[in-house]
Write a protein that binds this ligand. Sequence first.
Ligand code: GLU
Length: 474
Amino acid sequence: MVDQQETEISFRDSVDHMVDRALATMDLAPDVAEAVKACNAVIQLRFPVKIRGKVEVFCGWRAVHSTHRLPAKGGIRYAPYVNQDEVEALAALMTYKCAIVDVPFGGSKGGLAIDPRKYERDEMELITRRFTLELVRKGFLSPSTNVPAPDVGTGQREMAWMADTYKHLMPEDINYTACVTGKPVEHGGIRGRTEATGRGVQYALQSFFRHPEVVSEASLHGSLDGKRVVIQGFGNVGYHAAKFLSEQDGCKIIAIVDRSGQIYSEKGLPVEAVRNHKLVHKTLDGFPGAEFSENGLAALERDCDILIPAALEGVINLGNVARVKARLIVEAANGPVTFAADQVLHERGIVVIPDAYANAGGVIVSYFEWIRNLSHIRFGRMQRRFDELRGAHYVDALEAVTGQQVPAGVQAKIRSGASEEDLVRSGLDDSMRQAFDGILETRASTEKITDLRTAAYVNAIRKIARSYLDIGVY
Ligand code: GLU
């Protein structure tokens, strides 16, 4: 965990304060507000696993923040510093995240206190299977009530083990593959899930830049093309966000930070080459044509247009916020800006696209995966060839009417039917655009809201409160 100023509150309190700030702009009855805020359940599990001839006791958590929609959804994090406070904060964020992007799930999150780098693959499998068993037995994992996904320190591999363990425990459950999302495609996963959070960050930025009036609030102008971007965190999310923004939107990635330090090049870094260098050398050091420094956190203070923290919580805090020079911060990680730092950024006119919106791409595509698993069919399987045939008819009709040949490039576009990946991308893009417009509409609805984070929370709380009020609480 990143050092914060001692005066700062915990992550969970930070999220609570942000929600309170949103509630202060609303006329919600205090009891309903309390119902929205409360963490519904949290379980702590301690379980023994025999590793290299010795018994080790592991400690994990799963918090369910809300159940106004089921299943409750959220990742499972493997890291040595995981604790209950963090898991509860992240579960609450999942509730608001799902509401903002209209994903019909409650919020949940899990964590296991472990340093995965210290264990062999087979040991990780044993530990994950045992953790899954505990979660299933205690009612904290099932396709209908609680569905985990990858988070920091976990990925497809862990999800495949979890799904397989659940299948063996519950062979009668016809929907067993839907018990976790983020699985490998061969085991019921969906194409496009791995890169979904990074792609969602790209779509969030594209949505932002479609609104010149909001862009100018950040003292920026024009499009994403040529914007100077700093990426802090080069895991799954940071890598994909950097890749898509540089390859498709013309952004210049001037600095990349990972555990080893930061590399900097004013000309812009070739993201794919950096990734390959990191895979081979396990460090950013030595990447040709870039300056390396071990002080990764100093990159947060670099002069740039857009800063994308894509690693862990609390990296922008009272200790460094005064020195942040970015015009726009996009929270690709969960909770990278503390509550106190957020206030300072707002006073300084630095715009923040908040986590609960900016990194929702992962859970949006998890929702698509879950639906795919419940319907037991790949998206597009029934209609792709039919659409292609219809496209061919359009081309024939166009040529018959005009007496001219449709150019080959146009023909190819008209004739092509959507693949599962196309559909996932389209659904993700649509969800991110709609949600951003929703956040702006919420902000415009009252003068009491000025920043995007408060607008996003108010947007979420209104939806959640409506669901409590419509159905009632029992
Ligand atoms: N762990 C991701 C998040 O924080 C994804 C959660 C999910 O897909 O359920 O949003």
